[in-house]
Design a protein around this ligand. Structure first.
Ligand code: ADP
Ligand code: LRH
Length: 491
């Protein structure tokens, strides 16, 4: 039996989905799901990259046990993080987690040397303190020994592909998230590499989504008892894959990829690099088939994940569905946070950081678990309205509604509140956006779909899409007024 496999690694969990086509409809089966828990060692926070590689092999084994030999596989993951390969071809050190504190102050320090307008002008990428460029700069300032030993830089999916195939390639969508790639010139930016004293030989000419990236190496085939399955480069940045899977009909559409992060924006066919985009800190991440994502990162359900983790530590174990129930029962619009305040980026103590934020902004802090969850979810929905309005301003399009994809759409109350906040319908689905976009690119590469729009049509026909119509407009508009004043969001 055939099919193809998408390995999709999110910041909170990973999964392997088997995709098949049946009469033009896409059918997916979850082969494997696994947690992606970072590991704190001393002061440093790392990804458990070898465990993730192990889980990918478990996924391949599960396919084998079902009698499936996939025609190809593809891997996507979160962006910005990387491993350095030494001259002997081995991974030098465990990759850092982008939430590790080693980047603290690095962005400010580099921007004092290289103006933000130069970096944005050359890359079109938003300023996030953990972008690859700032991670590398922090390592350089700390005289990290890895930098002396390195001979290649591979982003997370590049690295896992390398383990599987033995070939080192960078991939385009993830390359753009480093803030070292120049999309206008179509190459790693020599000026920025020079500013950071980084050897150009670390960075390979990126593969494009849909390119063939080799086959499983002999040792992997032998270990797992499987044939040399082809590995396809996909939109290996998970947000890139998620946007491929947006079941849009209009060329100009707005999306929200809702998981650990909330990524909101629109698809454009060339980067929007101007003063307003820089001022609003929007990004232009590379996508599949010549598209770019004009979007903004919003801190997202990470804040909720961290509260849940903290409460679990205190002995209260909740499912996400239970937390949403608690929020529903709490009083509306009691207090708000600015989800993108830097205080919410690092792991740990999230409930007390929310309380402190509210206190320091003159609000009565939420205290019960239900109040805290309600505060997070309402604040996210209100922030979505703000970012959607900024997306409209930057792109010059008025959107008739918002597509939501990703695991966060299982939070139906958040979907409804988002519709209420933006005053437009929300079309939610599919939940496994990144994995389905990963499959779609593999099928386009095989010639099964002629292009991204045919793939989007098949996705629309294959997965349920739930519409949420806006309600309680007056109350949400008033709340938005209070939210923008409190959070000092510029209009
Ligand atoms: P990532 O890919 O970034 O790891 P996902 O797309 O898997 O994230 O989405 C994870 C988020 O989805 C969780 O943080 C949680 O808030 C939300 N979620 C998952 N399952 C449910 C559920 N049953 N009810 C409500 N929310 C859920
Ligand atoms: C979402 C995501 C996002 C990045 C962040 C690091 O998973 O890839 O697009 O900004 O993780």
């Amino acid at each position: 039996m055939s099919g193809i496999i998408a390995f999709d690694l999110g910041a909170s969990s990973g999964r392997a989905l088997l995709g098949r086509l049946n009469g033009g409809k896409i059918e997916v089966e979850e082969l494997h799901r696994f947690p992606n828990d970072p590991v704190q060692v001393g002061d440093r926070l790392h990804w458990d990259i070898l465990r993730l590689y192990h889980e990918i092999k478990q996924g391949l084994l599960k396919a084998k046990h079902l009698g499936v030999t996939p025609a190809s596989i593809g891997i996507d993951s979160w962006a910005v993080d990387f491993g350095l390969i030494g001259r002997n071809g081995e991974l030098i050190a465990n990759p850092y987690h982008y939430r590790d504190r080693h980047t603290e102050g690095a962005m400010e320090s580099l921007l004092a040397k290289v103006p933000a307008s130069v970096i944005f002008g050359r890359t079109g990428i938003q300023f996030l303190s953990f972008n690859t460029i700032f991670q590398l700069y922090a390592m350089k300032e700390a005289h990290a020994p890895q930098l002396k030993e390195g001979s290649r830089l591979l982003m997370i999916p590049d690295l896992l592909r390398y383990f599987l195939t033995g070939h080192m390639h960078n991939e385009f969508t993830n390359a753009t998230t480093t803030q070292l790639y120049n999309p206008i010139d179509g190459r790693w930016d020599p000026e920025l590499l020079k500013q950071l004293d980084l050897p150009a030989s670390w960075f390979g000419d990126p593969l494009k989504p849909g390119d063939q990236a080799g086959v499983l190496r002999a040792s992997v085939c032998e270990e797992l008892g499987i044939p040399p399955i082809p590995v396809c480069a996909v939109a290996e940045h998970d947000t890139g894959s998620a946007v491929v899977a947006v079941p849009a009909t209009d060329r100009a559409f707005a999306y929200l990829s809702c998981g650990t992060w909330s990524l909101m924006g629109t698809e454009v066919d060339k980067p929007v690099i101007n003063e307003t985009a820089q001022k609003l800190n929007f990004t232009n991440e590379g996508g599949a088939y010549g598209t770019y994502r004009l979007l903004k990162n919003i801190m997202g359900l990470w804040i909720l994940q961290e509260c849940r983790r903290e409460w679990e530590r205190e002995g209260h174990s909740y499912s996400f569905a239970e937390l949403v129930k608690l929020a529903e029962q709490a009083e509306a619009f009691e207090s708000f946070i600015e989800p993108d305040d830097a205080t919410f980026l690092a792991p740990g103590n999230m409930p007390s950081r929310i309380e402190n934020y509210c206190r320091s902004t003159g609000q009565r802090p939420p205290t019960t678990h239900g109040q805290i969850v309600r505060c997070i979810m309402e604040s996210l929905a209100l922030k979505y309205r703000y970012v959607l309005e900024m997306t409209e301003r930057l792109s010059g399009h008025k959107f008739g509604g918002l597509h939501m994809v990703g695991g966060g759409i299982q939070n139906t109350l958040l979907c409804q509140w988002t519709a209420n906040a933006i005053g437009k319908p929300v079309w939610a689905g599919p939940a496994e956006g990144s994995a389905i976009g990963n499959l779609a690119v593999q099928w386009i590469a095989q010639g099964v779909f002629s292009d991204i729009w045919e793939a989007r049509r098949a996705i629309r026909d294959s997965f349920p899409i739930t519409t949420y119509e806006p309600e309680e407009g007056q109350a949400w508009s008033e709340a938005y007024g209070r939210f923008t004043v409190l959070t000092k969001l510029s209009q």
